[in-house]
Design a binder for this molecule. Sequence first.
Ligand code: CDP
Ligand code: CDP
Length: 225
Amino acid sequence: MKKISIAIDGPAAAGKSTVAKMIAEKLSYIYVDTGAMYRAITYKSIVDKVDINDDTEIERLLLHTTIQLKPSANGQLIYLDGNDVTKQIRGEGVTNKVSKVAAIKAVREEMVFRQQMFGKDGGVVMDGRDIGTKVLPNAELKIFLLASVDIRAERRHLENLQKGFPSNLEKLKEEIMLRDKQDSEREISPLRKAEDAIEIDTSSLSIKEVAEKILTLALERIETK
Ligand code: CDP
Ligand code: CDP
């Protein structure tokens, strides 16, 4: 069976990573969580006390940073310089700073390059903000996931509670709105729907329904490749 590339973009907590993982598993494709890569470098900048307003320092930090995405029975694990940071990169400190770090030119160039290397042979499902527009502009299938901010905040809230993390719905909503604004308004590769992307509003859809829709589209593309 021919392998295609699938790009899934959209705002925070729209359901991208959950469905991307399901599609990748069904098709036996590689899953690449590009947000985790931006989170990993942000985490390192915090640990190493690097000023995120100093682009040169951030650029230097990047040069000595390895980020690996490893599949495991419990989902994808994120390794930073050989250490598992899967949990740490989801913390509030990283979430509040990641959009600032992701807007830095050197960071974007390096991450896009690394992501394109992951996707160079096809057979990949990649989720993020600029996958259809910048990272995989020739992807055979591009999806743009949407949901209202209230629903996205509620879903993240529920997810936090299920994981036993402290969570405040109003704060989450504010954080999501701020991050969406920063991601949409940045100069380089802002969050934007690619012209040839298919938009799916997930507000009233279950994860299974979203995954089924995307899988049907993917199988159509695979057949005609
Ligand atoms: O899962 P959630 O929607 O909270 O965020 P994420 O996918 O982990 O992405 C974290 C942040 O990384 C986003 O808010 C963006 O600032 C940045 N990002 C990006 O700039 N480009 C991407 N392709 C993916 C993420
Ligand atoms: O990757 P992204 O930030 O776009 O979102 P996610 O982490 O995949 O999804 C955020 C939360 O919404 C997760 O807890 C999903 O299980 C949930 N979700 C949902 O309840 N219904 C959907 N149709 C999609 C996601």
